[in-house]
Design a protein around this ligand. Sequence first.
Ligand code: S3P
Length: 442
Amino acid sequence: MNSMSSNKSSNLSGEIIVPGDKSISHRALIIGSMVTGKLKIKNLLESEDVIATADALKTLGIKINKNKNIWEVSGNGVGNLYGSNFSLDLGNSGTGSRLLMGLIAGSEVEATILGDNSLSKRPMKRIITPLLKTGAIFDDPNNDRLPIKIKGSKIPLPIEYFSPVASAQIKSSILLAGLSSTGNTTVIEPDLSRDHSERMLKYLGAKIHTTQLPNSSWKITLEGLPTLKPLNIEIPSDPSSAAFPTVASIITPNSEVKILNVCVNNLRMGLYDSLIDMGANISFSNRREINGEPIADISTRYSILKGIKIPKSRVASMIDEFPILCIAAVRAIGETEMEGIEELRFKETDRIRAMSEGLKSVGIEIKEKRDGMIIKGKGPDHSINGNVTIESRLDHRIAMSFLCLGLITENPIKVKETDTINSSFPSFFEIMNKIGANLKHK
Ligand code: S3P
């Protein structure tokens, strides 16, 4: 396993394009497998997670080719996968494994889903419980962990499901199963999670409605058996990857960076809104829309930050960005408080624990709670020693967050097992060094 070190950098500057959005890339392949005809995808994220999803779909009999820079998916229409005894290894990918279970639940197909050490520790009951209601059969419905064997049905039952957590993976998995059911499938979630599945399904011709209920939860209803059109999809850049050069440039003195073509869907913007509330210089220009997703260019500059309390209502829209927010909080004046983030304990690793332990090792005062953290910022002027080794714990975002911190510490921060970065942002090293970061392979 490889390691990287991050060394003090003078200033970051330049214009960059980060790779395609991971969530939208998974969906383009999976929903693409259900269109009627050949769907073309531009700027697919070619990371390990997304390639694992493409390989799994190929194993299930879907024809997927790459022609120059365009990925082509020959869809079977909805509910048209067949066969049994398939083995699908989704590696590190929570999204791939959970969305594919939804796809399988809506076809007469049987497969075993596997994953790496990190994914095999993550909860799956949240997906099994609703999919059982659609008629899917699991070898052991009480087993909460991969490997899991699932058998779908040609005509799944249309269900109404109250999701206990705002999770786009749960919501999307149910909607994917609902595509081949004869009635309406409804998911109710406490806060609105990212809506890329809904936007893509609508763009391709499905009927899907989202409304807010009087108790402020959200109801998403999909009409079954649509004919999905094979329209071209262009994937915008990933705001969760752009988050790393954004925070790095905001905390590194004299920096000025522009990140082009980023997906600025408001259900993904929580980090950017929080940084602006903390006093960061961030601006958006060239706003436009591609295949139902809003995009813009993001300009960032070195900023003096102040600590804030992150509103609970913002958590769903920045669920993957708390590790890098913690790094910004280190440089803020005063305390940054995060609450209602227990879901972070179920990501690629327990991210509350990983950030608490890592930041304590560099001398930051941090209070860990069951569902939150309070970080006492060092402000812009106090030096931070560094000179520590951080374990990535097979979590790409933990690895990239500490590598961003190393750009402002007096001594290098070394991160072990950095290959995990390939699951979402394979060009992280090159792109960060292109704008002046001093990252080294060890
Ligand atoms: C994702 C949803 C989020 C996020 C994950 C990607 C998706 O998970 O953490 O990285 O593409 O649907 P939850 O939906 O479980 O919060």
